[in-house]
Design a protein around this ligand. Structure first.
Ligand code: DAH
Length: 352
């Protein structure tokens, strides 16, 4: 047998072996199996590569013919490996997809949406205030120091400014995220004429975060300006409102307190909604729950806005909507309100 014949026989054998190998690889096809085959045939010491070595043993005349057949074999092996690789990639994708148990053809569990408890609570509150003759006002969440502090009689460098850990809008000392909804008092009084009965709900911001504080929270502010408004009117309105929300048997009480924009100022408490005043874990055995602040509008606030503080009097109050929602719906943790958990949220109705 000539060297050429020996070489052609080898080529034929390797071709047959590759066909057998690629057929049997299909039983357990993977990217690794295909790579192993590539090394076996086309690697540096691979079967096809080593055929090049045997070319050297051939005569000058024999080389072109044998070289051509070896090249055809190499191309055949490359094409075979390529199609195996396509198959391996597809089955790897199938395997990874079948790990996700997601059937997008299933109908959703909860077809009906619901109102967020804070939205729900806000709507209930506004309905009650409208019944008492109040107009609903909206105001900016990004505001000037003037509306949030200065016009509300917070003196520059007064520690009360530090009590409300303020977020400043970058590089602009005078522009802040409002720390309370009391800024609405100023906006409304600059645009409306007395007599006024206004409530304004909205988001407020303080640099504060723990179990009972979130950096964003909701407040509702209310105020009345007219002639001859007394503290009795104030107490009557707040008392009536809270009874509508929590039940007629609960009383309120006022405790003297300081807020720069009211004089006298007070914090107001509601008898505990859980134990109805007897003392329990929620009210820390006091029988009372802190709800918010209120007071008679400070003459300086009127004067700053060019109103005659001898002619007009008024009262203002403010409290947290989130806290009222927690008490009203019996929620354990303030943060539940802001986690967006579908199971939690879907317990609430779609309408107040
Ligand atoms: N703005 C006060 C705060 O966020 C709450 C407050 C207190 C509002 C007294 C009032 C008020 O209208 O009269 O701490």
């Amino acid at each position: 047998m000539s060297q050429l014949e020996i070489c052609l026989k080898q080529i034929e054998a390797i071709k047959g072996q590759f066909q057998a190998d690629s057929a049997s690889s299909k039983a357990q096809l993977s990217i690794k199996v295909v790579e192993d085959l590539r090394i076996k045939y086309l690697g540096r010491k691979g079967l096809v590569t080593s055929l090049m070595e045997s070319l050297k043993t051939l005569s000058k005349e024999e080389k072109p013919a044998a070289g051509k057949v070896i090249n055809e074999l190499r191309q055949g092996v490359e094409a075979g490996l390529e199609s195996l690789k396509v198959e391996a990639d597809a089955s790897a994708l199938d395997a990874s997809l079948s790990q996700y148990k997601l059937d997008i053809s299933l109908p959703t569990q909860n077809l009906q949406g619901s109102l967020h408890p804070v939205t729900l609570m806000r709507r209930v509150m506004l309905t009650e205030f409208r019944k008492l003759g109040f107009t609903v006002y909206d105001g900016p969440e990004i505001d000037l120091d003037f509306y949030n502090f200065e016009a509300l009689n917070f003196k520059e460098d007064h520690p009360a400014r530090d009590m409300q850990d303020t977020f400043f809008v970058a590089d602009r000392v005078a522009t802040i995220l409002r720390t309370h909804t009391s800024n609405i008092q100023i906006h409304a009084m600059m645009h409306e004429k007395a007599p006024m009965r206004v409530v304004a709900p909205g988001r407020t911001y303080r640099c504060d975060s723990d179990i009972t504080h979130t950096p964003m929270f909701h407040q509702i502010e209310g105020f009345v300006v007219d002639k001859n408004i007394s503290m009795g009117d104030m107490k009557g309105i707040v008392d009536r409102f809270l009874k509508q929300i929590f039940g007629q048997d609960l009383s309120i009480r006022l405790r003297p307190s300081f807020f720069p924009f009211v004089e006298p100022g007070a914090e107001f408490d509601l008898q505990c909604v859980k134990c109805r005043g007897a003392g329990c874990r929620i009210c820390k055995a006091t029988g009372w729950l802190e709800i918010g602040g209120l007071g008679m509008i400070h003459p300086n606030v009127f004067e700053k806005l060019g109103m005659d503080s001898e002619e007009y009097t008024g009262f203002a109050f403010g409290f947290g909507i989130d806290r009222i929602a927690m008490l009203r719906y019996g929620l354990a943790d303030l943060r539940q309100l802001f986690e967006g958990d579908q199971q939690f949220l879907s317990q609430f109705p779609i309408q107040p």
